[in-house]
Design a protein around this ligand. Sequence first.
Ligand SMILES: Nc1ncnc2c1ncn2[C@@H]1O[C@H](COP(=O)(O)OP(=O)(O)OP(=O)(O)O)[C@@H](O)[C@H]1O
Ligand SMILES: O=C(O)[C@@H](O)C(=O)CO
Length: 429
Amino acid sequence: MTRRGAFIGCIADDFTGATDIASTLVRAGMKTVQSIGIPEADDPMIADAEAIVVALKSRTIAPMDAVAQSLAALDFLRGAGCRQIAFKYCSTFDSTEHGNIGPVAEALAKALGQQITIAAPSFPGNGRTVYNGHLFVGRALLNESGMQNHPLTPMRDANLVRVLQAQSKGTVGLIDLPTVLKGAEHVRAAIEKAQAEGATLLIVDAISEADLKVIGQACHDHVLITGGSGIALGLPDNFRTHNDLSGADAAVLPVVAGKEVVLAGSGSLRTNLQVARWIEAERPAYRIDVMKLAAGESVVQEAIAFFDTHTDQTVLIYATSPADELRQVQAAIGAQKAGEMVEHALGLIARSLRDRGVRRFVVAGGETSGAVVQSLGVKGLCIGAPIAPGVPATVSTGSVPLALALKSGNFGEADFFEKALLALSGDQS
Ligand SMILES: Nc1ncnc2c1ncn2[C@@H]1O[C@H](COP(=O)(O)OP(=O)(O)OP(=O)(O)O)[C@@H](O)[C@H]1O
Ligand SMILES: O=C(O)[C@@H](O)C(=O)CO
């Protein structure tokens, strides 16, 4: 059990989202640990943590299951003494008309006895901003940003009030940017007014980190807040006022010796760019042919053989494909089945490569990272310095440490794979 109880507990709906918010909390000066799934109550990893991030893989599962897993995580975090709970979802609000953001937020609020809860997905550091309730990715509306083609959660409406309303039982309202710009007291007054008018969930506009800090300050006594990792920017300060935080910086991670690999299962535009860049540089790359995989051909074995024949080069193994190809595969096999098959294959490949001495993994895609990390049996992560906004270097806990960079699909510049490999190798140049 924790020394005095952690301050903040986060429930993240995917694994890269979890490392993203863990990285933000570390950046804001909190000693943070990330657990893969719900840890044991006496896990030594959480003993002196100031923030605990529980990574679930609940973004695309049935709403009922997502609610059950999130409530179990909540029980654990409350048992660990956490005074404030943050439900972390994607800064592009990845969800379907059935959930899981609305159902999970409502279930957590009910369990915590909170009547109104904010929903603030903005992540200005990665170009995601919310204005008049509409989510922008860079200059594009969400539904014109490439996210309309997401393999599992296509986002076809940028109006988050409407999106959240469709998946919630209560009433969704909006706190607009002019209110946020007036400061924390005005945001608090707007929340109280919305609550009096019957709202239960509130999308909050934010276009800058300063806005997110105002929102964090306004919600200092909310036992539950929900949003993207940006929402964590303003939370540590609330605890700093009354308590001594360690002011911990990113963990200095041990250098993990061994072989390395890049695995990409993301369908995002950015990962497509990163894969293309790798191939243009004539670095070895094995493409997983999903139709062959579906036909039961030995794709996993071929990928491993490809790795074995490139003994002195780092290889990329990828299923990432442009949106039109992805659509064809999904039409033939079904989106969910195709996704599960690819995740399973990449999980098996990761495990075999670990048995062949791979110790450093760069993984692209949230669901993909979840599948890989689960297959590798990783239980917890120490969070190091950021490689790109929202993507820290990490090293797994346990007797055989693995260095991992888990990247949300749309994060990182075109050269992210090279940068991440360097960072995981301990080369800071
Ligand atoms: N060629 C393909 N055909 C069909 N499905 C695929 C293909 N490549 C990847 N997938 C599946 O698409 C999904 C991609 O989701 P994932 O969360 O890993 O990355 P993402 O699309 O970038 O999303 P995020 O922004 O959450 O990281 C996975 O389930 C993966 O198995
Ligand atoms: O918030 C984000 O954009 C990421 O942390 C993420 O969750 C993408 O899957």
